[in-house]
Design a protein around this ligand. Structure first.
Ligand code: SF4
Length: 264
């Protein structure tokens, strides 16, 4: 495929972005704190045929935010589950995420140039509107972006050193994380040992609790031997107090979790 054919297959979409999404209801809460978060959504786990979530668990795959919001609404079908998407029942948003993920693997250099172009556009847009830009590249994936060259830079973070990036991750051994990339380890069924190690190393750990009452109890009692902060007021994880458990309450498909992913 030539670059021209590739570009034609990825026309610019919402607000002129080829890859990024300029926010969702959760990230829009960050506007009150002066930030505008832009997100890259890929097709999680192996939904595209390429695995972008090396440490995904059965529980997190079933509860994944991939089918939250507009990503989970399909005319004539209702709300999509992770199982629906895995069996090929997909809406246009899911198709776009699969297309983007395939492009990331098949046309890596072009993909990273598009991503850098989208980031530059987002920075201009956010600053013009009076916000600080922030980016989540693993909106629905868990890629080691720090290892992926971006044009002539060793990674995208070095290409935009004065801009804040942040993500959740279930990969315990990510190394060489740049100062402008904040990572929060994500507790799931079967990875508690890694979560405890992350806390012992000074990182924050996000945990999904069954409901708001359970979040309140965790905040008053602590969890995994650490203080707990509410993570639902904003999505701006880089502003969280250090070495805390960050409590989120279950939404969407996570409410039906029986795997142990959700803390009850
Ligand atoms: S690792 Fe994250 S993005 Fe991947 S399937 Fe699990 S919850 Fe979804």
């Amino acid at each position: 495929m030539t670059t021209r054919e590739l570009k034609a297959a990825f026309p610019k979409g919402s607000r002129g972005f080829r890859l990024l999404t300029p926010g969702n209801p959760k990230t829009e809460k960050g506007r009150g704190a002066g930030y505008w978060t832009f997100i890259l959504h890929l097709a999680p786990a192996s939904l595209s045929g390429f695995n972008v979530c090396a440490m995904a668990t059965e529980g997190c795959k079933a509860a994944c935010l991939n089918t939250a919001g507009r990503g989970g609404i399909m005319a004539g079908h209702g709300i999509l589950t992770a199982a629906d998407v895995a069996s090929g029942i997909v809406n246009t948003i899911q198709k776009a995420r699969i297309r983007k993920t395939k492009a990331f693997f098949a046309h890596r250099a072009e993909f990273m140039v598009w991503l850098a172009n989208d980031i530059a556009r987002a920075i201009r847009m956010a600053r013009k509107a009076g916000f600080k830009p922030a980016f989540r590249l693993n909106g629905t994936s868990d890629i080691r972006w720090e290892t992926i060259p971006c044009g002539s830079f060793p990674n995208v973070f070095k290409a935009f050193p004065d801009v804040q990036f942040y993500d959740y991750t279930k990969i315990a051994n990510r190394r060489g994380i740049p100062a402008n990339y904040a990572l929060t380890f994500s507790l799931a069924d079967g990875n508690e040992t890694h979560a405890r190690a992350a806390l012992a190393n000074g990182l924050n750990v996000a945990a999904v609790f069954s409901d708001k009452a359970r979040v309140s109890r965790a905040i008053s009692e602590g969890f995994l031997g650490h203080p707990v902060a509410n993570g639902d007021d904003t999505d701006l994880r880089f502003l969280d107090p250090a070495n805390h458990v960050i409590a989120l309450y279950a939404k969407g498909n996570a409410k039906r979790d029986t795997s142990g992913f959700v803390v009850r």
